[in-house]
Design a protein around this ligand. Sequence first.
Ligand code: URA
Length: 433
Amino acid sequence: MRMYDIIVKKREGNILNEEEIRFFINGYTNGEIPDYQASALAMAIYFQGMNGKETAALTQAMVDSGEKIDLSDIEGHIVDKHSTGGVGDKVTFIIGPLVASLGIPVAKMSGRGLGHTGGTIDKLEAIEGFTTEITKEEFVRNVNTHKLAVAGQTGNLAPADKKLYALRDVTGTVNALSLIASSIMSKKLASGADSIVLDVKTGSGAFMKTLEDSEALAREMVTIGNELGKNTVAVISDMNQPLGFEVGNANEIKEAAEILKGSDVKDLRELSLEIASQMSVLAGAFDKPEAAREALEENISNGKAHAKLKEFIEAQHGAGEMIDDLSKLPQAEYHVEVPAETGGYVNEIDAESIGVAAMYLGAGRQTKDDKIDHSVGITLKKKIGDKVEEGEPLVVLHSNMKEPEDSVEKVKKAYTITSDKKEAPTLLHNIIK
Ligand code: URA
């Protein structure tokens, strides 16, 4: 078999078979196939696409290129959740304890963030002492005992994807549906859960800007999951503005803990309950999401979900008292209001710019080696559809700089205020099974 023939076959719009896809992935991972041939094939796939079978074969080959986490020592049906990423997305800290409070095991492998705000691990590390550097044995023990554990991703999950993603990034081939879907799913499938709920974001602050593209990506990922033996459901949710009111690290943990205490931040609570319901159904605990939702809401009201958050934090060596008293979480020195320059209604909030403004404060990394400041972040005071008077604060910047000018400017540009009222965007667009 020759890589040249595989490239030409795809360039001409033909369907690659499993053997050819494996030949490419194995050869590329072990260095026998050079970058220039891999990028030619990626570009051919970009223009010609791949069908469901090809995409599933590509995903499986990437899963097989590295370590697969064996979670067979965990009792029960394990459900994982993945978000395609968005600003203010703290859903994991809510659905983890919520689903676990029903006795359903949640075993999460997570990463750090390179971008606007921290990743799941960075945010959790806002809690003093909390660590995700636990052994496989501790991870399994914690899931069996507490029904919830979060571990840092090991270096060797789907190494083929790591190499190919880096290549796509510099060759204009990231935005190919089958390549994105197989990339995301290869990492999820290697992480060992039995079922997966995907939160596919759509809108200005999302990877996929249009509903059509987001649905196409979701369908592709659900097909891959189901083809490869994992029950997979995708929720398409809105990312035309940050989720909830808090963007940062400690302040996102705070907002998540408050939801588990019963606070009603509408979009955040709604999305979390939807995802948690879908997870509970996939785990086989309920027939219908409505029944799961009732039980989940009950566990918020009776305090079990909040107690589970504290139990999980303490099991991973974190200071549980910070969850009881959220004012003990790291606090920034200054709280700088950004006032509206005109009155009217909030028409748009560019989520990405809010994320960048948070990063300028130190909530995220600009380069891999940057250190995160857990105490800084942004509290949104106004969201789409809200009325605002001239001079009223749009956001509060929690900063350790007295005059965070760059963030102030970024926030001002992120908000569009108009004289006519716009309705808040629909939160849940679709569920794809
Ligand atoms: N995220 C991934 O992990 N892979 C992609 O290709 C795109 C986004």
